[in-house]
Each structure stands twice: as structure tokens, then as C-alpha cells.
Design a protein around this ligand. Structure first.
Ligand code: SAM
Length: 262
């Protein structure tokens, strides 16, 4: 019997490429988190740390940081990166299966990964992981385009060759994901207060080759049959090359903050 490939486990298939091409997070995100926190966090846990794109930011806090990451290949790359760093611990686990320390942590962060945690339980699990007054910080990029004409032309290629992902070509913060995060989950919960949303915009240029590699790290692309993905990527590459060979990726990084009630 063939076991179906799970969408949340596809990142490890391309861990090195993921680490190479996925953008990190702007320093302003950490500034916003620390400004929001009443006290400097003394302990931090990161859910879905991957290869460490969000970890790089959180590590600058200089406090003990536990990175929870279920994919063995992603976790191995992360563990190699922080080998010998006494402040960073990697726990190879789903967040749902991880046991928080007694008393909870001061900051629970998740970069581009909260949508993978069981949406029926994650708010309660977050509350259980946090100390009273602790902060939940959920952030992630929306992968938009600085050049609207290029976006329109690319959309046409998606509609022709991969209509099933046409409205989510590389936009992990998308509302169609079954686990998509909605701030109402926190606003309506008995455990959290002071829910806030912030946005930071940056533009990152990708040449054609790197852009195609970037696309190959997005789970909707990875889940396409090989032949279809190759046709789609070939057509996108031709289009980008015709228009100068660069995609100016407009990243809108959304940050949602909430405080654990005492
Ligand atoms: C899109 S990647 C984000 C990785 C990293 N935080 C970043 O910003 O690049 C999503 C990560 O969530 C992890 N993940 C999937 N299911 C998870 C779960 N139930 N609990 C924690 N992490 C999970 C995946 O293995 C993957 O590394």
C-alpha cells in the first residue's frame, strides 16, 4: 500500500534549497515583538523552526530558545547550524506533541508555520505553553509582486497550467490553507488579550533560477505531479526571462501578537 505524502512533510525533501532561497525576516519584526512584551523574554520557544529563518531573529534576544521542528531533515540542518550554541535546543517534534516546561515560557513564536499546527487545538496549546503575561507571536510573509504586470502575466500561466493552485502560487499566508491562521481565534479565546496586527513590507529581487528554486520550496508546488510542475516552472521561467530575468518579490510580513492572560 502506498502511504499518501503529507503536505506538511514536503519541506524536508528540499531542506538545503529551502535554506538557500527562502527569505529571512526583517529585524523590525523582533523590534515589534520586544516593544509589545511587557518584560524582556527570559525563555522562548519557536514552533515549526524549519532550517532557522525565524530562529536567526529570535536568537538575537540572547535567551534560551527551544526550536520545535518535526521534519528530521529540516531539524538536522538547524541542529548543525546551532551546534555548540548553549542557548539553542532543537526538539524534533510536532508542536502538538511537545511538552512545555513547568510554568511556561515568556515568548512563543512561529514563523510561516502556525498554519501547520492543528487549528482546533493550537490556541489552547499556545496558552498552555506560555507563562501568565507571556506573548504569542505568529508571523509570516505574503509573497506578492512589486511589478503588477508581471503578476498578471504569471497568473495567466497558472490558470492555464496549474489552475488548482492559481490563487496561491507562492503565498503561504493564504486564507485557503485548511489551517490558515485567523486572529479571531485569539480574540475569541478565553486565554488571550491585547491582540494586535502589524505589517512590514520589503522587496527582495530573485533572478529566474533562484525564483524557480523558491517556488519549488512551496508546498502547493511540491504537491503538483512532477510533469505538471516542470511544465509550469518552464513556462514561468520563459516569462520572467522575457521580462528582464528578475522577479521583485514584495514581501508583506504580517505579525500577530497576543498576550496570555494572567
Ligand atoms: C514553511 S516552513 C517554515 C520554517 C521556518 N519557520 C521559516 O520561517 O522558514 C513550515 C515548517 O513547519 C513545520 N511543521 C509542520 N507541521 C508542524 C507541526 N505540527 N508542529 C510544528 N511544526 C510543524 C514543517 O516541518 C516546516 O519546517
Amino acid at each position: 500500500m502506498t502511504v499518501p505524502r503529507e503536505q506538511q512533510r514536503v519541506f524536508g525533501e528540499v531542506a538545503e534549497a529551502y535554506d538557500d532561497v527562502r527569505p529571512g525576516y526583517p529585524a523590525e519584526i523582533l523590534d515589534l515583538i520586544t516593544a509589545y512584551a511587557v518584560r524582556p523574554p527570559g525563555s522562548v520557544v519557536e514552533s515549526g523552526a524549519g532550517t532557522g529563518k525565524g530562529t536567526a531573529l529570535l536568537r538575537t534576544l540572547g535567551t534560551p530558545l527551544t526550536c520545535v521542528e518535526p521534519d528530521p531533515a529540516m531539524a538536522a540542518l538547524l541542529a548543525r547550524r546551532y551546534d555548540g550554541d548553549d542557548l539553542v535546543t532543537v526538539a524534533v517534534s510536532r508542536f502538538e506533541d511537545w511538552t512545555p516546561p513547568a510554568g511556561g515560557v515568556d515568548l512563543l513564536a512561529s514563523a510561516q508555520a502556525w498554519h501547520w499546527v492543528d487549528h482546533t487545538r493550537r490556541t489552547r496549546l499556545a496558552a498552555e505553553a506560555l507563562a501568565p503575561g507571556g506573548v504569542l507571536a505568529v508571523f509570516g510573509h505574503d509573497f506578492g509582486f512589486a511589478d503588477d504586470e508581471l503578476r498578471v502575466a504569471m497568473d495567466a500561466v497558472y490558470h492555464e497550467l496549474a489552475p488548482e493552485i492559481a490563487d496561491q502560487p507562492g503565498r503561504p499566508v493564504n486564507t485557503r490553507h485548511p489551517g490558515a491562521f485567523h486572529p479571531e481565534e485569539l480574540r475569541g479565546s478565553p486565554w488571550f488579550t491585547d491582540v494586535e496586527e502589524q505589517r512590514v513590507v520589503t522587496v527582495v529581487p530573485y533572478d529566474t533560477g533562484r525564483y524557480l528554486t523558491l517556488l519549488s520550496t512551496f508546498s502547493p508546488h511540491r504537491m503538483l505531479p512532477e510533469q505538471q510542475r516542470s511544465r509550469l516552472h518552464g513556462a514561468l521561467a520563459d516569462l520572467i526571462d522575457e521580462r528582464g530575468g528578475v522577479v521583485a518579490q514584495k514581501l508583506t510580513t504580517a505579525l500577530w501578537l497576543a498576550r496570555r492572560l494572567d
